[in-house]
Design a protein around this ligand. Structure first.
Ligand SMILES: C[S@@+](CC[C@H](N)C(=O)[O-])C[C@H]1O[C@@H](n2cnc3c(N)ncnc32)[C@H](O)[C@@H]1O
Length: 270
């Protein structure tokens, strides 16, 4: 696993990919939280949806999760917690169940509590501190391409989901040879994703190319951009900002060229 190798003392070994991951998902998460403080709470959800970004994607996946009553829900790789905050807002009061957030980056995990009152456990999805059959539904958004071992991650999600449990995935998928590679990303292909889901005990109910869904509403995009602008204003010279920006630019080019596309998956444990 690229980012989950452990040294003899059990601590994570540092790699270039670890630095890129921390710059993009931890340092920038802390800066994002401060920018939301400045701009106002109505900026929090758009700014804190870092992997999905768009309400239409979240709504399509949420429909597959079919949350109701006191269903137990897991957000694996929850980042700043924006998607779960959106889910709780959109699906209350018909869903009132507990949400467990798990996110390995310490600043991001702490920020989800401060921004949304959603405490996150600091954990990698490959090693969730949950018993078997702990949740009825889970989603994992924008995470699979940041682990070198998709199968380990899916196996662990399968373990913590109850039999028949629902899974929503947002996955960046490579369509053929890539002209460049962002540090620390390892994009599955459609075939490898399908194969890994089947091998780890998931039945795919539906999948969708996210480009067929509408873009984020202008107001949502404006708020996310305003937060990004404050982060750039305050930290644009910082090496972590430049590193995260470089990775985002590479990803942006790959997506514009459709070498990498966003795929949404609704699946069930079988
Ligand atoms: C693109 S962000 C998406 C965050 C959030 N899911 C969202 O949609 O806003 C990817 C997140 O996955 C986390 N991550 C990376 N590798 C992970 C792993 N192996 N297990 C769990 N989370 C991981 C990162 O720290 C980061 O917060």
């Amino acid at each position: 696993m690229s980012r989950r190798t452990e040294g003899a003392d059990g601590t994570a070994e540092g790699t270039a990919a670890d630095s890129a991951l921390e710059a993009e998902f931890d340092t920038v998460a802390a800066w994002t939280e401060r920018a939301v403080d400045e701009l106002g709470a109505d900026h929090a959800i758009p700014a804190a949806c870092r992997g999905s970004g768009r309400p239409a994607d979240l709504a399509w996946l949420a429909e597959g999760l079919d949350l109701h009553g006191d269903d137990r829900f897991l957000d694996a790789g929850s980042g700043l917690g924006g998607p779960t905050a959106w889910l709780a807002r959109e699906h209350a009061p018909s869903w009132t169940g507990p949400a467990v957030l798990a996110e390995p980056m310490a600043h991001a995990a702490a920020a989800s509590r401060r921004l949304f009152g959603l405490p996150a456990t600091a954990a990698w999805t490959e090693h969730l501190p949950l018993p078997d059959d702990a949740v009825d539904a889970a989603w994992c958004l924008g995470v699979l391409d940041t682990t070198g071992d998709e199968r380990a991650l899916l196996t662990e999600l399968h373990r913590v989901l109850r039999p028949g449990g629902r899974l929503g995935l947002l996955v960046l998928v490579a369509r053929g040879e890539l002209s460049e590679e962002p540090a620390g990303n390892s994009f599955p292909t459609d075939d490898s994703l399908h194969h890994d889901l089947a091998t780890t005990g998931f039945r795919v109910l539906d999948r969708l190319d996210a480009s067929s869904l509408p873009d984020a509403p202008a107001d949502w995009a404006r708020r996310a951009e305003a937060v990004d602008a404050v982060v750039a204003r305050d930290h644009g010279d910082h090496p972590d900002f430049r590193e995260a920006d470089r990775q985002q630019e590479i990803l942006g080019r790959l997506m514009a060229a459709k070498e990498v596309v966003t795929v949404l998956v609704r699946a069930r444990t079988c």
